[in-house]
Design a protein around this ligand. Structure first.
Ligand code: PGA
Length: 254
């Protein structure tokens, strides 16, 4: 049985370093009690350094929410993959719909994924349709988005990609997508990944769901949706909700 993976995407929260340290402390303590679940926290850049424990880097791994695809040089405001790797960051979220909405094309996403995996980190590649239509054309769009976001990524890097299926309409919403639909769509996402790389790589890949996951719905989505874990937004900075979510996921036996 492979372990579940829960990644907390803090987005632009919280406002102070003290609060950030508090969330990290509570998350690390909770993560230390789990048996079947790995936990990653992705705070804003300014809190990343203080989130990484040199003494115990494994109980709670740390990720970043963004990265430049450039190696170095005159790129004001940017942070490179090498910088993150050097700090001890192990994961980077790429292609989040909020970044896509502010201009990231599939090609840019693909460049970022490449930079992340080449630097020796794992890329958490987000894909998801904006809307669902009865005719199912969103599946074509989803397929194209995933294929194009992987276009620059060599097959050897497939093992360092984690897929996060996040339907845009379910992010920051009242309710998550229905667990049965999550099951169907994540099977589709894995199939596309298999077509791009190989069936073997696709069977090994982790496919997460993201979009309004909380401690109340996590258990059901795990059981019915059969996902490998979650990419969690709001609930990841909400204590004790996130701790409860981690316990609920860990309690699900495979
Ligand atoms: P949410 O965000 O859990 O707050 O819906 C998920 C995400 O954007 O990754």
């Amino acid at each position: 049985m492979s372990k579940k993976l829960i990644i907390g995407n803090w987005k632009m929260n919280p406002s102070t370093l003290d609060e950030a340290k508090n969330i990290i402390r509570k998350t690390r303590t909770a993560a230390g009690k789990l048996h079947n679940t790995n936990v990653v926290a992705c705070p804003p850049f300014v809190f990343v350094f203080s989130a990484i424990s040199k003494r115990d880097p494994d109980t709670l791994e740390v990720g970043a929410q963004a990265v430049s695809f450039e190696e170095d040089g005159p790129h004001t405001g940017e942070v490179s993959a090498a910088m993150l790797k050097n700090l001890g960051v192990r994961y980077v979220i790429v292609g989040h719909s909020e970044e896509r909405a502010s201009g990231d094309t599939d090609d840019v996403v693909s460049k970022r994924v490449k930079a992340v995996v080449e630097a020796g980190m794992k890329a958490v590649l987000c894909v998801g349709e904006k809307v669902r239509d009865e005719g199912g054309t969103y599946l074509e769009a989803l397929k194209d988005q995933l294929r194009n976001s992987l276009a620059r990524v060599p097959a050897t890097a497939a093992k360092n990609i984690i897929l996060a299926y996040e339907p845009v309409w379910a992010i920051g919403a009242q309710e998550a997508m229905q667990a049965q639909q999550i099951l169907e769509t994540t099977i589709f996402v894995r199939k596309v990944f298999s077509d791009v790389f190989s069936q073997n790589q696709a069977m090994k890949a982790l496919v997460l769901y993201g979009g309004s996951v909380n401690f109340r719905n996590a258990h059901e989505i795990m059981i019915i949706g059969k996902v490998d874990g979650f990419l969690v937004g709001r609930e990841s900075v909400n204590m004790p909700g996130f701790v409860e979510l981690l316990k609920a996921v860990d309690a699900v036996a495979d």
